[in-house]
Design a protein around this ligand. Structure first.
Ligand code: SF4
Length: 388
């Protein structure tokens, strides 16, 4: 296993909108940042035609989730310990390495303090610490030159949307025989310090939190060392103490569902305990088929109507988020959990919520980026709400 050396610190790139994907740690890529960086231009629209054979439909679920051939709710028949949402991605990587379909996997290793380190894994046994929660965005593309140096020809990469977008921009330069891209669905990420701030201000026992997740039941879940799960309503989170937590990059992102991956995996549209798979192209199908025997297939829930929630979200756009008193937050959470958007409708709401928030952020903070970064499909969502 090759692990990334400590690259330049993230703040050095703060004069740019940057998610620390790692490519700019290398002069040959930094020199072309305007052509490769996902925060310089919308790279998804054009590239999805090349990768998936067509652009996404501007109606139905492709408007929110991107091009897909099939969509599945599934989970590993035998869940893996230490995984984030069941462990299907780790098992898939194991299958890829064991079958020889790839020679290496570029992913992130979880450190004991829950930070991540980019790693180039050559043997399935080394995947033991690559699943589960990580409280930062590790610069996986820092290891791209190492892929070339080691003469790797068949590679799998696991990354969030901005990492995948940057990778796709330089894919041709890698001269690979085969590249499989597993995309993680990602709505917001933070620096390690800001995750710590969130944990300290939100959990009743910050020191024992070992994993956390924003869940589709409108609560953040904290898993503690003693096995207890603490659930805190989104509506009672101390928003005044969390201002400025989300980096400029996440506020400028319009690719939450990872539209340039072959196979996207996340939790958003699936019921709790299940995973959501979006098969985007032929390679994505091959990846999903490799995993099929390990999976128990489920069904999607699709309930509720996001329009009332979106009305409220748009009403408070740009205003400081409110924290409800605990009892009121519990009641409200119970109500939206039982009668509000759920399953696929929750995922559509999550995408619209982030995309309208991010549109507003660019409009008010980076109007110079507005035209460049908003893809046609996001404009179609904005048009539905008459946002100009
Ligand atoms: Fe460079 Fe990646 Fe940061 Fe963009 S996101 S500026 S490509 S390191």
């Amino acid at each position: 296993m090759t692990q990334a050396p400590i690259g330049p610190a993230y703040p050095l790139l703060q004069n740019r909108t940057c998610s620390n994907c790692g490519l700019c740690f290398h002069a040959q890529f930094e020199a072309h940042v305007e052509e490769i960086c996902p925060f310089e231009d919308d790279r998804v629209s054009e590239r999805e035609v090349q990768l998936h054979g067509r652009s996404r439909r501007l109606s139905g679920d492709e408007l929110y989730f991107g091009v897909f051939r099939s969509m599945h709710a599934a989970r590993l028949s035998t869940p893996r310990p230490d995984s984030q949402t069941g462990g299907a991605v780790s098992t898939l990587l194991e299958r890829l390495l064991d079958s020889g379909k790839v020679e290496a996997v570029l992913t992130t290793r979880r450190n004991p303090d829950n930070t991540g380190t980019p790693v180039l894994v050559r043997h399935a046994a080394e995947l033991a610490h690559t699943g589960g929660s990580r409280w930062d965005l590790a610069p996986i593309l820092d290891l791209v030159p190492e892929v070339k140096r080691q003469g790797i020809r068949r590679l799998a990469v696991v990354g969030v949307g901005c990492q995948v977008s940057a990778l796709r921009a330089i894919e041709a330069q890698l001269g690979l025989e085969k590249l499989y891209v597993v995309g993680l669905v990602c709505t917001d990420n933070m620096t390690f310090a800001n995750w710590q701030r969130l944990i300290k201000t939100t959990s009743r026992s910050p020191r024992t939190v070992k994993k956390l997740e924003f869940m589709a039941d409108f609560r953040i879940w904290f898993w503690h060392e003693n096995g207890a799960i603490e659930k805190v309503s989104y509506f009672e989170m101390p928003m005044d103490k969390l201002r400025g937590c989300f980096p400029q990059a996440c506020l400028s992102c319009f690719d939450q569902t990872n539209g340039l991956a072959d196979l996207s995996v996340g939790y958003m549209a699936a019921d709790i305990g299940w995973q959501w798979f979006l098969v985007r192209n032929e390679q994505g199908e091959a990846l999903f088929n490799l995993l099929r025997d390990d999976l128990e297939m489920g069904r999607f829930t699709d309930r509720g109507n996001r329009s009332e929630a979106m009305k409220q979200i748009l009403r408070y756009l740009g205003k400081p988020a409110i924290t409800l008193p605990s009892l009121l937050a519990q009641l409200f959470t119970w109500q939206v959990e039982h009668f509000g958007p759920r399953g696929l409708e929750f995922a559509r709401l999550a995408v619209e919520n982030k995309q309208t928030r991010n549109w507003y952020y660019l409009k008010t903070h980076r109007p110079d980026k507005l035209k460049k970064l908003i893809p046609r499909h996001v404009q179609a969502i904005l048009d539905q709400y008459r946002l100009k």
